[in-house]
Design a binder for this molecule. Structure first.
Ligand SMILES: Cc1cc2nc3c(=O)[nH]c(=O)nc-3n(C[C@H](O)[C@H](O)[C@H](O)COP(=O)(O)OP(=O)(O)OC[C@H]3O[C@@H](n4cnc5c(N)ncnc54)[C@H](O)[C@@H]3O)c2cc1C
Length: 416
């Protein structure tokens, strides 16, 4: 039994953990392993793929509402609850965990903004259909990265980046009466990019209409002028669909632009804090999965006349892996718990969790491959997949080096 240093879970939290673990172990992980074998990412999302079985089950069980308030069918999860869900999902399949997690972002952000401003039309037209969905018909994505702007956006809260004309987003919006006209392209890295029905699009306000600034709009992707690229072919996280989205004079009403320029610095920082905190929790789960695989193997495999786990150098390695998994859990859990109550959530903590836990996941998965010996390189072994999935995480949601630079700027500025 894996030791968890925070065992004081309420009966409700224990049930949440067990229920999420069942979904991760019986539905998400087998599908992720099966899809990982597909050479063409287009096949991952084709009709009839097991990919859709996971998505539909997620909605059918109302797991897509988990982050929503209770009055909208949500589970009113605390920070610790959210950590439990993310860690278990990451243990099972980080690709599904990230795709299903990113899916809800436009709708939960839209809900938050609507509640704050009384934007009922945004609620009725976009948020409520998602809340009522039980078949995965409404799928969201977070479209910030562009072909020419990756780290620029992840570091957007650094003073030298914020509102810097030299690096402002290429995707831009122009006001036209009560509408906005959006033009530009988002990168092939957007999670759920080719399957999404709605995108939360970060865009620069057209330079002809004032000083350099950024806003966020909700764009239904069936509008005239929207087109998409092919699913991205990449290393790891096969069941995370990704792809480009193009906007050619796409017209959206003003009330879909739920983060106006004056609120962008705050909203951008909140999104970074929350998304990075979720990444830290999710990849703690991957690290734990790799540790468990390694321990199980070392208790079975005999070399030099005794089990691997009886060799002292192996014991030392297992202990180091254990320390890393436990410390990743402590960091990511503390950050999510803190940020769930902080208003606004603190992005440097979210970044600390993401940078630390994804690095731990990568190191523990690499050690697990090493302990499996040649078997660790075999496609038959889960650790081979975990290693590739963990590698992508060092870039996903912001390259770790760039995120660290942005967070350090915040540390320096806030040190009194
Ligand atoms: C699996 C996955 C999922 C993703 N999901 C999404 C998503 O849902 N939505 C979305 O919009 N994007 C998503 N992304 C994109 C991701 O956020 C970007 O890939 C990331 O921000 C890095 O941008 P880039 O790839 O353009 O690299 P670049 O920005 O070109 O960086 C290249 C290298 O240069 C380094 N570098 C850049 N600037 C500096 C600097 N100032 N100082 C020092 N080093 C620097 C970086 O650290 C990096 O190592 C995803 C990416 C991956 C891999």
């Amino acid at each position: 039994m894996y030791l968890d240093l925070n065992p004081q879970l309420t009966p409700t939290q224990t049930a949440l953990k067990e229920e999420t673990h069942r979904f991760a172990a019986e539905i998400a992980r087998p599908a992720s392993v099966e899809l990982d074998k597909l050479a063409d990412p287009q096949d991952v999302v084709k009709p009839g793929s097991v990919f859709w079985d996971v998505w539909r089950k997620h909605y059918e069980l109302e797991r897509h509402l988990a982050g929503m308030p209770e009055e909208f069918g949500g589970a009113n999860l605390t920070g610790l609850d959210m950590h439990i869900v993310a860690e278990e999902m990451g243990w099972g399949a980080t690709d599904f965990a990230v795709g299903l997690g990113a899916c809800g972002m436009p709708f939960s952000m839209g809900l938050l903004a609507s509640q704050m401003t009384g934007n009922q039309r945004l609620m009725d037209e976009i948020v409520m259909p998602y809340i009522k969905d039980r078949e995965a018909k409404y799928i969201g994505c977070w479209a910030i990265t562009e072909p020419q702007h990756g780290s620029d956006t992840a570091a957007a809260n650094m003073p030298e980046y914020l509102n810097n004309p030299a690096i402002s987003l290429d995707t831009h919006g122009r006001r036209d009466g009560d509408d906005w006209i959006i033009n530009g392209a988002k990168a092939a890295w957007v999670s759920n990019g080719t399957i999404a029905t709605h995108a939360m699009v970060h865009f620069a306000v057209d330079r002809s209409q004032g000083p350099v600034s950024t806003a966020i709009g909700l764009v239904p992707l069936d509008l005239p002028g929207v087109s998409k690229g092919k699913p991205l072919n990449k290393i790891g996280q096969r069941a995370l669909n990704q792809g480009e989205i193009f906007f050619d004079n796409v017209r959206i009403p003003d009330y879909y632009v739920f983060v106006p320029p004056e609120l962008y610095p705050l909203a951008g920082d909140m999104i970074l804090a929350t998304a990075n905190g979720g990444m830290g929790s999710t990849f703690t789960g991957l690290a734990r999965a790799a540790y468990e695989e390694a321990m199980t193997y070392c208790k079975q495999r005999v070399q030099g006349g005794k089990l691997l786990c009886e060799h002292q150098l192996v014991q030392r390695k297992l202990f180091d892996m254990f320390i890393k998994v436990e410390s990743a859990r402590q960091v990511s859990r503390a950050v999510v718990t803190y940020n769930a109550l902080a208003m606004p959530p603190v992005s440097r903590y979210g970044v600390a969790s993401k940078v630390y836990c994804t690095q731990v996941a990568f190191e523990v998965a690499s050690d697990a491959v090493q302990l499996f010996g040649g078997m660790g390189l075999s496609k038959e072994c889960l650790v081979e997949k975990l290693f590739r999935d963990a590698r992508a995480a060092l870039i996903e949601d912001g390259a770790n080096d760039t995120l660290a630079l942005a967070a350090t700027r915040s540390l320096i500025d806030n040190f009194l």
